[in-house]
Design a protein around this ligand. Structure first.
Ligand code: FES
Length: 198
């Protein structure tokens, strides 16, 4: 049967104190072996906690949609015409461009030292304000100290019939099907393809 001492921690502590104070009764201190068991148990609990926290961290996406590092929904109606000025998305740090080869999502950071090249309509190219590197609408290097083409983000185009097309793994454009209506364009700013060296 449960007593008040066995169910109430305060009563238990008081009882232990009374016994310790009673003549002839000794309360044994934890042995060295018990102490080591406690340390081992605490270490295992800590390790388990850290492992669980790590799994949770990797199980959930670290970036929200529409946040740099995550995926952006690009409005198909904002897709530029072939050869037209790119549509820039500053929050995602990319430019969507369209050439006769198709669509690219160019990372808007110079491959030299990280400045931000701007599209210069009068010259029809990206020009870096820092050291003068220049890039075509396709992101290909033209001149200047940048060692390679502009980097690309992986884009995914979805058509009305449910089919999709994605940026090739080795870079390049997504050829667009002129007979299909594009229903969505997703740009993954967490998936970057390094521009080719020139
Ligand atoms: S950072 Fe662009 S040319 Fe140097």
């Amino acid at each position: 049967m449960a007593t008040a001492e066995s169910t109430n921690p305060t009563a238990m502590s008081a009882a232990v104190a009374r016994r310790a104070a009673a003549p002839g009764i000794q309360v044994a201190a934890p042995s060295r072996r018990e102490f080591l068991y406690y340390i081992w148990g605490a270490s295992m609990a800590l390790l388990l906690g850290q492992t669980s926290a790590g799994l949770i961290w990797f199980a959930f996406p670290r970036f929200k949609e529409g946040e740099f590092g995550g995926t952006f929904a690009f409005n198909p109606e904002e897709l530029p015409g072939v050869g037209a000025a790119p549509t820039s998305v500053p929050a995602g740090r990319f430019h969507v461009t369209r050439t006769s080869e198709g669509l690219r999502a160019l990372y808007g950071v110079c491959t030299h030292l990280g400045c931000l090249p701007k599209w210069v309509p009068t010259n029809g190219r990206f020009e870096c304000p820092c050291h003068g590197s220049k890039f075509q609408l396709s992101g290909d290097w033209i001149e200047g100290p940048a060692p390679r083409n502009l980097d690309l983000f992986i884009a995914t185009v979805t058509y009305a019939d449910g089919s999709t097309a994605e940026t090739p793994a080795d870079g390049g454009a997504i050829p667009l099907d002129p007979d299909q209506e594009i229903t969505s364009i997703q740009i993954d700013t967490g998936a970057r393809i390094t521009g080719a060296l020139h």
